[in-house]
Design a protein around this ligand. Sequence first.
Ligand code: IVH
Length: 636
Amino acid sequence: MSDAEYDRLFRELQALEAEHPELRTPDSPTYRIGAEPQSQLQKHKHRVPMLSLANAFNEEEVADWENRMARIAADVREAGYTLEVKIDGAAVSLTYEEAVFTVGATRGNGVIGEDITANLRTIPDIPLRLTGEKIPKWIEVRGEVYFPIAAFDELNRKREAANEPTYANPRNSAAGSLRQLDPKITRERGLRFFAFHVEPQEAVPLKTQREVLDALASWGFPVEPHRKLVATLAEAQKAIAEIEQELPSLGFQADGVVVKVDRLALHAELGVIGEREPRWAIARKFAPEVAVTRLLDIMVNVGRTGVLTPFAVLEPVEVTGVTVSLATLHNADMVEAKGIMVGDYVEVTRAGEVIPQVLGPVREKRPPDARPWKMPEVCPRCGSPVERPADEVAWYCPNLSCPGRVLETIVHFAGVMDIRGLGYERVRKLLEAGLIKTIADIYRLTAEALKTLDGFADKSAQQLVDAITVSKQQPLSTFLFALGIRHVGGTVAKLLGREFGSLDKLTGAPLERVSEVQGIGPIIAEAVVHFFAEQRNQELIARIKGFGLDPREPEAGGGPLSGQRYVLTGTFPTLSRTDAQKLIESAGGRVASGVSKKTTAVVAGVEPGTKLDKARTLGVDIIDEKELLRRVGRAQ
Ligand code: IVH
């Protein structure tokens, strides 16, 4: 039909409908322009929630996905996969009753969206009445409304000419165009639509996703033509790479390839994760794992030990789907070794790491005004001259009461002592308000004092005070770790806690005594003794004790082997090494790696090692598995 012929018929239809409004059917083409502007969009509850998709950023993550599915349904590996272009637009759900388009809605939060029926009717790709066969009585068709790049550019050109602000990207403008209150505006935009999913799946008498796509096409929907059916995941990986090559020339924004299990029966079996994502589909995205962006500045963070860590302030950039604007630079040497200058374009990665990091500069892109960077000579938080111990790459702020260090110290303390509700922001506020200056002050806080701060009500203030009180019962090892003594992490703290049992015994111990503890080297011992020898730390501990803290290490289980030390050697008849160790520890004993005079007994199995000879030389008891089991009360 020629355009002129179409226009004539269209006008005739309009005239007829004006005369006989009762004859105007919901699928009349006149609806494509008709509706009056609305004052606001109505909410629409989806009968079946609109799901989103999990992402995979490389081949390995796609393979992991198949393995996860295979644990639930082993035959997934033989069920075939459909590959579809992932259209980057706005998701919509279209309801058809008796083949007629009745309601169209945005995704919203997946459960409740907005009714945009009038706007969707203006999009010529969306059939107002379905044609063809096997159309269910009631069905929801899901798909993506998108803005072709050419139409988007055209819109921006027009807006620019009219001195109106231009739009940033086709995806957001597609969503914005759909939510217009006046359908005429939507119509002028030139939006398009692709269908890719039906709900409820049981409503269609079909067996595969491939058939669903074909059915959608036969009912009158545009379906993205680059779809592909493959038999195995290996083939899928290959085909994904091929489709990836095509994405830039599609004429619309596409941000990946969606892989779906082809056999629909498995969709039901595999189900949905957290009411959000189907387990049977995944979006293979091509967001870069390494991105290039501008390094705007290098700033320095002060850690709790005073260590100064340079970090990069970046022009925001997307890396593996996450926007990054800060990244660590590790230490000053790294900045120098990699030749990073402020103003450079740098490569940024997040691969495998939570914390983004700067890999290095892109030298060819170095702007003329890029300038070298040096660690500042004074601490950026307190102005103290910075120091660098001779054998270290790190620079330090030596000032123990530097606000940067104090903040980090207190946050670490609260975290390790498990004081719920005392996170970074609250510690910052408490410091700012002068309510705390050191970790000891935490134990002085009252609900009344807390309530003077923003963000605290009766309940939250009391909860925090309760959490602080509970933390007084933490074992010595936890307290030692929380203090943030250099080189004392969780494991070392445990060794110290077990050895000394109470804080007083440890603070009173001379260097020789601490160095004797198994597993503690001279550097750690030195750091521990040094810490407790410092006057300000002694004052701190005295104040903490004044608030009723007297941390002790509970006797390990207090069981039948309490206070005893065992050494294991050889293979045992029934117990594995790990089992034997667990058995001893759960009975209150300890397992050491070397034999000494303090060893209670050596447990010897078949083919024992030199430990047995050592035990003989030192006159240490030698027992077998049976005797061990008897001692822990597990055998006669
Ligand atoms: S399937 C249960 N297939 O991507 C069905 N989604 O990031 C779930 N999208 O919300 C969706 N192209 O709006 C599917 N071929 C395609 C798609 C596609 C684009 C969108 C969809 C979804 C989002 C998830």
